[in-house]
Design a protein around this ligand. Structure first.
Ligand code: KE4
Length: 434
């Protein structure tokens, strides 16, 4: 593939943007090589500045559930932009998106919009600490909840991709307030709560993990977290920034029938525009300013253009049969990759739930970050780059999930499976001869 224009832009980017990017995982550090620069996105495709086209399974790391530049989303954004970009005053669109979220998450009586998933999580943590009068939190090794100081401990996503330990700049006194335990290990949470229960404000978890690669909760795991936190007076926070409107129309909390105390949302609810949210019962959320004393604010929170993009995206997803069709395609995609890996004799495990999924170059699906790290990353790298050369773009890190949109169809599936034949052959060269 000719990527000469991207290379030129990459050199320019390195001269002015930190690491050439505005978010570390975009830098292709795990994949090798350099990122391509995008000219445009349309439907299931990205087109780079050299005119190469890629079937996109990253979809801006999840938000574009309706694909790139969906007509209904663009129309809604154009209409909103015609009335201005931001008011800093209440507008109806904020109410409408909040009401739609509450329709899918009935326990979320009150919603507060912010401008990123990180902001949603840091605000929910502050609320949990205020509401319980406790300071310590429990998170799972390999879960990523954005880059707020208290959560950059044993985090997944870009932190794992760059093999960073806990980030410098997080004060030891603050890091000490965050305890990490393996994902899918309720006993470890139980022991920690037995030992430190009266000090634990909350347990925060990705109810389906998407930042150590795609890792499903084991049966009973989430219910155990619900029971344990309730027994010890700690809040349970489901970080559904990635799983919201991905694992289901709604989220993992509605799919698994488990009611956390707070949820955080982002990505899909903004449809590609900067939106995050935290939500929960009025009794909790009304402790946030101006209803209560817990302060949190944001210049562009509830931005009317972002609200319009989010609303139009959810309205597209909820049309009869649309989400289910996309979920079926995701399942077919993962099944097809699994079959081709097996035919090539490669240790590979793929899984999906709703319109998100993932795969590992290891025979068994991992249950924890430690197990995810044992996957064959050389084989993954060869597979990723061979797919990219054949016009298929998955996340440039083995510790990320993949996503499908309502715009992905039969044509794109054929493209992927054709590319996968070559890619698995390339990966086979790195199979560990166990
Ligand atoms: P943002 O601040 O990036 O909007 O959201 C942080 C966040 C919170 N919670 C979960 C479960 C998340 O997955 C994320 C962000 N996800 C990453 C991708 N794994 C964003 C991509 C990036 O960091 O560039």
């Amino acid at each position: 593939m000719n990527r000469s224009q991207s290379e030129k832009l990459w050199q320019e980017a390195l001269g002015v943007l930190v690491g050439g990017v505005n978010s570390p995982v975009r830098a292709f550090r795990a994949a090798g090589g350099h990122p391509f620069f995008v000219r445009r996105g349309f439907g299931p495709y990205l087109e780079d500045v050299d005119g190469n086209r890629y079937v996109d399974f990253v979809l801006s790391w999840g938000p574009l559930a309706a694909g790139h530049a969906h007509p209904a989303v663009l129309d809604a954004v154009r209409e909103a932009i015609g009335a201005g970009l931001s008011y800093g005053c209440p507008c109806e669109a904020e109410i409408r998106l909040a009401q739609k979220i509450r329709a899918y998450f009935p326990f979320a009586e009150r919603v507060r919009f912010v401008s990123s998933g990180t902001e949603a999580v840091m605000s929910a943590i502050r609320l949990a600490r205020a509401a319980t009068g406790r300071n310590e939190i429990i998170k799972m090794d390999g879960c990523y909840h954005g880059h707020a100081d208290s959560l950059l401990i044993s985090a997944g996503s870009g932190v794992a991709t760059l093999a960073l330990q806990d980030s410098p700049g997080v004060p030891a006194d603050l890091a000490r307030l965050t305890h990490t335990v393996p994902y899918n290990d309720a006993d470890a949470v139980s022991r920690l709560l037995e030992e430190r229960g009266p000090k634990i404000a909350c347990v925060i978890v990705e109810p389906v993990a998407g930042n150590m690669g795609f890792v499903l909760p084991e049966p009973g795991y989430l219910a155990a977290l619900r029971d344990l936190t309730a027994r010890h007076g700690a809040l349970l926070i489901f970080d559904e920034v990635m799983t919201g409107f991905r694992v289901a129309l709604g989220g993992a909390s509605t799919l698994f029938g488990i009611t956390p105390d707070l949820i955080t949302l982002g990505k899909v609810i903004g449809g590609g525009m900067p939106v995050g949210a935290y939500a929960g019962p009025a009794a909790l959320m009304d402790q946030v300013a101006p209803a209560g004393p817990v302060y949190q604010a944001g210049t562009l929170s509830g931005n009317p253009v972002a609200m319009a993009a989010g609303l139009a995206t959810l309205e597209t997803l909820e049309k009869p049969g649309v989400f289910e069709q996309a979920a079926r395609r995701m399942a077919e995609l993962m099944r097809g990759l699994q079959e081709r890996a097996r035919a090539a004799g490669i240790a590979f495990s793929a899984a999906s739930l709703g319109t998100m999924g993932g795969f590992f170059f290891r025979g068994e699906a991992p249950r924890t970050m430690a197990e995810a790290k044992t996957s064959n990353q050389s084989a993954w790298r060869a597979f990723f780059n061979a797919l990219l050369e054949n016009g298929v773009y998955f996340a440039p890190s083995p510790f990320e999930a993949c996503f499908i949109s309502t715009a992905h169809g039969e044509t794109e599936q054929v493209t992927v499976f054709n590319a996968a034949e070559t890619a698995f052959e390339r990966a086979k060269n790195f199979e560990k001869t166990s």
